[in-house]
Write a protein that binds this ligand. Structure first.
Ligand code: ADP
Ligand code: MG
Length: 345
């Protein structure tokens, strides 16, 4: 009994000593720049510091591995294989498989093989230019992503990927979502039970807040990036936003050209949407879908939602509407008065 009383007193002392940290759930934060974006990782509790160091190493190694412009990286090797097979790891295979699923289900709206077109517009090296129609037609000849084949060797646990000669891919539309899910797995493995990370528009959470309540994720206003259109209250999930407003240039012709390309035309998407936010437990899928649905536009995106499901979404349209799928009815709270809000099923 005395032992128990001593333990209670000890526990109370700890709680009083850490009043703001939530009873032993100390907060640790790391900010790094990787994959061309700023990443903020926040984790709580005694294992957080170790977990975060592991997460940072993982991010840096994935960044090096997946950068198509990094000579000798896995993706660079795939792009230079000239029709031969490339041995790849689990990371690449997981992203390829998710991309293949969404490529097929979206009718090619998400297509990693669009990379040479993204490059031609200058979105890779920031030397922005408007490619000619002939140049785009030429580049669109070799983007049939269904020709990418994965062979797995169960005895060795390894994989071989074969792509048509000359095809070049990038995981630009899925890498941050995949990385976010791997960071969460790393934190979990380190014993962390409460964390929230934001990898440039890709938010993913682990568990609940240290006090047991849900996380609040602000959804950026694409017309005023210092503000937001509303708040989502979520448990453990991924919340990923895609939008042309994230990267663009204004051409000498006065037109704004955005970094998400419609694979049907080779030109930046311009179909009535300002942003798409996807809420999905699988971070890689959330990232793949947010890009695909942005390319598809409102009507096709809603169609995709009712056909396949497995996620929720928020669309912001050019004409000032915010369309929220019904599954987020309880979770979403609007903010400000510059949009009209509607729910869709
Ligand atoms: P962000 O990188 O801003 O988070 P996305 O996840 O939507 O946004 O990915 C957009 C990036 O994916 C572009 O910068 C480009 O590298 C690449 N990309 C552009 N259009 C497509 C497309 N239709 N399919 C696949 N990748 C694309
Ligand atoms: Mg994406």
């Amino acid at each position: 009994m005395r032992k128990l009383r001593a333990a209670v007193v000890m526990l109370l002392c700890v709680c009083i000593a850490l009043p703001l940290a939530g009873c032993g759930q100390e907060k640790f934060e790391k900010q790094i720049y990787a994959m061309n974006t700023t990443m903020t990782l926040t984790a709580y509790g005694k294992n957080a510091e170790t977990g975060l160091s592991g997460a940072v190493s993982l991010i840096n190694s994935l960044d090096a591995m997946l950068d198509p412009e990094n000579e000798g990286s896995m993706v660079n090797d795939m792009n230079n294989a000239n029709g031969e097979g490339t041995v790849v790891n689990n990371h690449v295979v997981t992203m390829l498989k998710t991309a293949q699923t969404v490529y097929t289900q979206s009718g090619g709206a998400l297509n990693p093989a669009i990379y040479p077109v993204v490059k031609a517009w200058g979105f890779v090296d920031c030397n922005y230019r408007i490619p000619s129609d002939d140049e785009l037609t030429e580049l669109l000849q070799n983007i049939d992503f269904s020709k990418v084949k994965i062979t797995s060797f169960t005895e060795t646990g390894s994989y071989l990927v074969t792509m048509p000669a000359g095809m070049q891919i990038s995981f630009g539309a899925v890498a941050k979502g995949y990385t976010a899910s791997q960071v969460i797995a790393t934190l979990r493995a380190a014993g962390v039970t409460s964390a929230i990370i934001s990898l440039g528009g890709n938010v993913q959470t682990l568990g609940a807040k240290p006090d047991g309540s849900n996380w609040a994720v602000a959804i950026q206003d694409p017309n005023d990036t210092g503000s937001y259109i509303g708040i989502l209250t979520v448990g453990e999930t991924a919340v990923v936003t895609s939008g042309g407003y994230n990267r663009y240039f204004d051409g000498e012709d006065g037109v704004r050209y955005e970094h998400i390309i419609d694979p049907d035309t080779g030109k930046p998407v311009n179909n009535g949407l300002k942003s798409v936010t996807v809420v999905c437990d699988d971070g890689t899928m959330a990232d793949a879908l947010s890009t695909a649905l942005y390319v598809m536009g409102e009507k096709a995106a809603l169609n995709y939602y009712s056909t396949y499901g497995g996620f929720e979404m928020i669309l912001v349209t050019d004409d000032g509407r915010v369309v929220i799928t019904n599954g987020l009815y309880e979770a979403f709270e609007s903010y400000g008065s510059s949009y009209s809000y509607e729910y869709a099923s």
